[in-house]
Design a protein. Structure first.
Length: 343
């Protein structure tokens, strides 16, 4: 028979509250709940997967463990990359499927950024742990405590650089993810010849003795031509061997076919250098670079990277400035207190 808390003796009620607080401290604050799904996995895979997803998504907002914070955030990042590489856009049936994939990736990235924002704040605001008094303990226990203390102290020092590290890392991550999407989407439209969509360069680069194709492929000197004469080709970093460039046996169309083979590969195998240029240009300049876009989905993808870049910078640039100014303010106050204590 359940007894209401108000009807329990005070000692019993205090004992239960203490038990709950201990469980909450171990599982949530210390982040050990992240290991619970792996314990349940041999018993029930579905429950273990659901619990792991919930833990990864919510743990950064409730835990105080720095290791659990970073582990949850990196796990979500691994999921995003696995999903990105498991999807093959060339097998999509319609543009709606591509839009669904873009939506899922965008939502996952937004959750990742919010987690990163919370992690930076927590890592910066959590107090450093004091070295415990273990003088009376055995040597191996002292050694273990000292190693743990040094690790925590190192993480405390690195937390000052965490905003800058996250900013650089996420910037590269966004550029890389969209480079993969650009490549896959262009390949998708390349297989559908009747579709006037994708990423195009001016056809002047592959017309009549275009021996320099690849060396100057991203230069924009062909805008005088009509748009319908453009053709979809890799954006940068396509190099011909010298015998192909100097040979009269290769026509301009054959050279174009050679260039097209570069991005007609599987997403897992391609170097992405052709599309890294476009993604970088779109992220930093909020523009289309040297590429003509045709079709609603390609334009939506480029515009989504513009939104992502703006949203990301709105979050992290003020945060970095806040951390720097707060750190300087603390150092000045500490120096003033030291001078005052000496007097």
């Amino acid at each position: 028979m359940n007894v209401h808390n108000s009807l329990m003796p005070r000692a019993e009620r205090h004992k239960r509250e203490k038990q709950k607080s201990v469980v909450y401290y171990i599982l949530i604050e210390q982040g050990l709940i992240i290991f619970l799904p792996f314990v349940i996995l041999p018993i029930n895979e579905v429950i273990a997967i659901i619990l792991l997803i919930i833990s990864v998504l919510t743990l950064p907002f409730v835990t105080k463990s720095k290791v659990a914070l970073l582990f949850s955030n990196l796990t979500l990042l691994v999921w995003i990359l696995i999903f990105l590489y498991s999807v093959n856009l060339k097998n999509m049936n319609s543009d709606l499927n591509i839009l669904l994939i873009l939506f899922i990736i965008l939502v996952a990235m937004l959750i990742f950024w919010v987690q990163a924002f919370v992690i930076v704040i927590k890592m910066y605001s959590l107090e450093s742990e004091k070295y415990p008094n273990v003088d009376k303990e055995k040597w191996y226990f002292k050694l273990t405590v000292k190693i743990i203390y040094c690790i925590n102290l190192t993480m405390d020092k690195l937390s000052l650089l965490l905003p800058l590290i996250y900013y650089a890392f996420i910037t590269c991550l966004i550029i890389y993810i969209y480079a993969i999407l650009y490549n896959g989407l262009n390949y998708f439209y390349e297989l559908r010849d009747n579709e006037q969509a994708g990423y195009y360069m001016s056809s002047e680069l592959i017309m009549n003795d275009a021996d320099e194709l690849g060396d100057n492929i991203y230069l924009n000197f062909g805008y005088s031509l009509e748009q319908n004469t453009s053709t979809r080709i890799p954006i940068v970093d396509i190099r011909y061997s010298k015998n192909i460039q100097s040979s009269a046996h290769y026509t301009s169309k054959q050279k174009q076919d050679i260039a097209l083979q570069e991005f007609g590969q599987n997403t897992l195998k391609i170097s992405l250098s052709e599309y890294m240029y476009f993604s970088t240009t779109t992220f930093f300049t909020v523009g289309y670079g040297d590429v003509q876009l045709k079709g609603r989905v390609p334009k939506l993808l480029a515009q989504s990277e513009m939104f992502v870049a703006g949203f990301f910078n709105i979050i992290f640039v003020p945060l970095i400035l806040y951390v720097i100014t707060e750190y300087i303010s603390k150092r000045r106050n500490r120096d003033k207190n030291e001078v005052h204590n000496r007097k």
